[in-house]
Write a protein that binds this ligand. Structure first.
Ligand code: ZN
Length: 311
């Protein structure tokens, strides 16, 4: 840290720690406290087919839950990955209701009358006596590539080179498109959970010499405030209980598995966005610093040295 930065007044009047906490201790504490005793209850409100500019069609699932009032999402590759709560028959449910909320099989077309029966393929959804979708060959339940992604407005929308979120997101989509099945659980926890306003302040502290972890600590936020219990619940709702997790973050494996190992991570698939695999590497000093912090302070499993072209 630069001397200039050391002499800066702290943002809040709370006494500063004599030194920064050891990051590995901090990380462990957070993950265990972030694992909720009881998994959040989630309900899929709507599902819609989205043709994409990249080729594959995706099915966007929107969720409500009982722990926050944010609209968390699942970006699903594969028509046959089905949400229990969305497909479950509801009192007075009509076929039109079911098609409108996205609880149908196959593809919608003008004039379609039945959600549960696809007239083109003849495939039909079956339900138990209490209205639960029966998991048969029409519903995908085998091991699936999964990515847990936290919203990053700056990296995904504002072309920020301060982090690698946009690239990781693109790479996850590319791999799932190739596979034909996959799910990106998209959690609304901006800036490692501190929110966009605080994240922007953290960026200013970084410009003053702090790294990503130090900046969060100076703002009195833990280095990583995210919770992944919602992701565990959403994966269970989608019947994706055996997953191949796309991540470089070992803490995420523990977090997404849940306290009672509700989800089984069969395999960890390393995330190596295409731009990093390139000989020239990516041209950004900011990303280099960000990645170095991820590796050195947050225990990420990226190979070091990373092939980055920035000078
Ligand atoms: Zn980001």
């Amino acid at each position: 840290m630069s001397d200039l930065f050391k002499s800066m007044p702290l943002i809040s009047p709370v006494l500063a720690p004599a030194s920064f906490p050891r990051l590995d201790d901090l990380e462990k504490d957070e993950i265990s406290s972030n694992l909720l005793e009881e998994l959040p209850k989630v309900e899929c409100i709507a599902r819609a087919r989205i043709p994409t500019t990249q080729g594959p069609e995706i099915f966007l699932h929107l969720y409500s839950n009982n722990v926050d009032n944010k609209e968390h999402l699942a970006i699903v590759f594969g028509e046959d990955i089905r949400s229990r709560t969305l497909y479950k028959q509801r009192p007075d449910d009509t076929q039109d209701d079911r098609m409108t909320r996205g609880a149908y099989i196959g593809k919608l077309f003008p004039g379609r009358k039945s959600a549960d029966l696809d007239p083109k393929s003849g495939k039909e959804l079956k339900f138990s006596s209490n209205g639960e979708l029966i998991l048969d060959e029409n519903t995908h339940t085998s091991p699936t590539i999964v990515r847990i992604h936290s919203e990053c407005y700056t990296g995904e929308t504002a072309w920020s080179a301060r982090c690698d979120c946009g690239e990781q997101f693109d790479e996850a989509g590319r791999l799932m498109g190739l596979d034909g099945h996959g799910c990106i659980v998209y959690l609304r926890q901006e800036g490692r959970g501190i929110g966009l306003g605080e994240k922007l302040k953290a960026y200013n502290l970084q410009d003053l010499g702090a790294d990503t972890v130090q900046a969060n600590l100076l703002l009195r936020h833990p280095a990583d405030k995210r919770s992944f219990s919602l992701a565990t619940s959403i994966l269970m709702d989608l019947n994706l209980v055996e997953v191949k997790l796309l991540t470089n973050n070992p803490d995420k494996i523990v977090a997404v598995e849940g306290k009672n190992k509700e989800i089984k991570v069969l395999e960890r698939v390393a995330m190596v966005p295409l731009a990093w695999q390139d000989k020239e590497g990516i041209e950004s000093k900011e990303v280099e610093g960000y990645l170095r912090t991820k590796i050195e302070k947050m225990g990420h499993l990226l190979q070091k040295p990373i092939n980055i072209g920035a000078k």
